[in-house]
Design a protein around this ligand. Sequence first.
Ligand code: HEC
Length: 176
Amino acid sequence: MNSFEINKIITAILVTILVVFGIGKISNIIFDKDDKNIVAYKVEAPEGSSVQAKTSESSLDINSLLAMGSIEHGEKVFKKCKACHSIKQGGGNKIGPKLWNAMFRPVGAITDYKYSKALSSYGKEWSWEEMNGFLIKPSSWIKGNKMGFAGLKSEKDRASVILYLNQNGDNPKPLP
Ligand code: HEC
């Protein structure tokens, strides 16, 4: 064995070590030994399913939900909101923004009311589905909003108050 051959063997060993070590390194980066990435993946899955839960919870089918409600019952349910909201035409802001015309206006649209960042940057409008989802549990539907209200668990109550909100506007929409 001449020194040239020994060199080749040493080089081969070094390359092998490098490759093995290198792959180890790369896989460390990809799979992150601290489980950070794996956790990140795990977060992604429940996030997807929570979106699903969000929609399935809220829209057992919005038509059937709204069919459970009545404007008269909604007026009664709205008593829970009255401490913080005016619903009358021309009514002002209280602890919460005025709610005349609330349905189908953009979220956080009252210019003389100081909304939380969460609401003012939400970027959607108060559709049937959004309002229903919000009223189930305001704090989890729009994270970080400042409406101090636990939510309406009863589907009938929610449907009714949504119909009542819809009724108290310039152009009540026909049911979907
Ligand atoms: C304890 C006071 C309080 C009660 C009770 C309350 N709200 Fe609110 N509501 C607020 C506050 C404060 C905000 C503004 C939230 C923010 O800016 O994050 C708000 C925001 C809203 C908005 C968003 C309006 C907009 O302009 O985008 C709607 C819709 C709403 N409330 C409906 C209701 C309904 C319906 C009820 C009763 C079932 C209710 N609220 C009960 C305080 C209350």
